[in-house]
Write a protein that binds this ligand. Structure first.
Ligand code: ZN
Ligand code: ZN
Length: 360
């Protein structure tokens, strides 16, 4: 935890910022360990404060022992008052804030409290950038979330019957994840059967799984705040004639992309490895979303593995990044196929963290 705060301090120093106010829940948790629903951090070059209210007095002391508590009491000692107090005590005249997360209302309250004493300086992606490289504690949680997810897929898939509805299947998966120690599903589980499989983010409903058609299952377990993300496409009974051909294209696209993952390759180059394969097979128009996304304290975080405009570039992958690779082909009058695994970028290449069995 201390190393994470030190990395932020180095990033702040580069931007000539003596302090930063952090409120986005995942950024707050990453830096402090605090998992409560309400609170702010003020990180300076040599001090670290947590601002929260009496509901979290004990929890914040327990989870964030390196942060000094300044208790929010409203009215009277609201967050902006405490920020002003800290800036005054430490002589801080420039305070970074998270431009992508702070509301306009919060910003105006803090700006009003600070007045001329300190300037609020917008920053973007500072903590998110640190979070892209996972440390050992994070990798352990991710591995556990992914292992539970894999195990549940393999346990539940053989139990699925054609008369189960999508929602029933989603609940079987969620229940099994909780039984194995997940704190919850890491996102609303997707089960899309038949034509619904053509909708990448379909919300499960009363549609029966049926026989001989594609069923896209996108699922993940949450462990210690870390998200797993796995997609498998299955068929109950005999698949129709198109299934095998399209499945093989998606699987081959995934394999090509994963094979290219190593430090230094640009994110859009990895995307192209899969996208070009799908396009060459004639299905370029049927793969509309990015190839993958980082996973960690958020289900979608950096790095973003997607195409860029001609002439533009993306970020190079680095060892310690964890990303999904999830090509898909979606055909509105037929169904869809997506395969998704989580991959760790290692010093020498990559390690596929997801182990759940695939159709071959
Ligand atoms: Zn997914
Ligand atoms: Zn995903």
């Amino acid at each position: 935890m201390q190393q994470r705060v030190d990395r932020l301090r180095a990033a702040l120093a580069e931007q000539d910022l003596p302090a930063m106010l952090v409120g986005a829940p995942s950024n707050r948790r990453y830096l402090s360990g605090f998992s409560g629903s309400y609170g702010w951090l003020v990180v300076t070059s040599n001090e670290a404060f947590i601002l929260t209210d009496s509901r979290y007095r004990l929890q914040s002391a327990n989870e964030s022992p390196d942060f000094s508590l300044r208790e929010i009491v409203s009215p009277g000692r609201a967050m902006p008052d405490l920020v002003k107090e800290i800036c005054g005590e430490l002589g801080i005249n420039r305070l970074g804030f998270e431009a992508s997360h702070m509301s306009v209302a919060e910003h105006s309250r803090v700006a009003a409290a600070l007045g001329d004493a300190a300037e609020l300086v917008p920053t973007e992606g500072l903590v998110e950038g640190l979070r892209e490289i996972k440390d050992a504690v994070e990798l352990a949680a991710l591995r556990q979330a992914i292992a539970i997810t894999d195990e549940v897929f393999e346990a539940v898939a053989p139990q699925l019957r054609p008369d189960h509805t999508e929602s029933e299947a989603a609940w079987m998966i969620e229940k099994a994840m909780r039984e194995r120690g997940a704190s919850s599903a890491s996102f609303s589980i997707i089960v899309g059967a038949g034509l619904n499989a053509a909708r990448p983010h379909h919300h499960p409903g009363d549609e029966p799984l049926g026989e001989g058609r594609t069923i896209v299952i996108d699922m993940g377990a949450l462990v210690d705040g870390y998200h797993a993300d796995l997609t498998r496409t299955v068929v109950l009974g005999e698949p129709d004639s198109r299934f095998r051909a399209i499945y093989d294209i998606v699987l081959e696209a995934e394999k090509k992309a994963i094979a290219g993952i190593r430090p230094g390759i640009f994110a859009h180059e990895v995307d192209a490895l899969a996208r070009d394969h799908i396009a060459a097979a004639g299905y370029g128009d049927c793969f509309g979303h990015g190839l993958g996304h980082g996973v960690g304290l958020d289900i979608h975080e950096g790095p973003s593995i997607r195409w860029v405009q001609p002439g533009a570039t993306s970020q190079p992958l680095q060892a310690g990044m964890v990303t999904t690779i999830e090509p898909g082909i979606y055909i509105p009058d037929w169904g869809g196929i997506r395969i998704e695994d989580v991959v760790l970028v290692t010093e020498n290449g990559h390690e596929v963290l997801s182990k759940a069995v695939k159709l071959r």
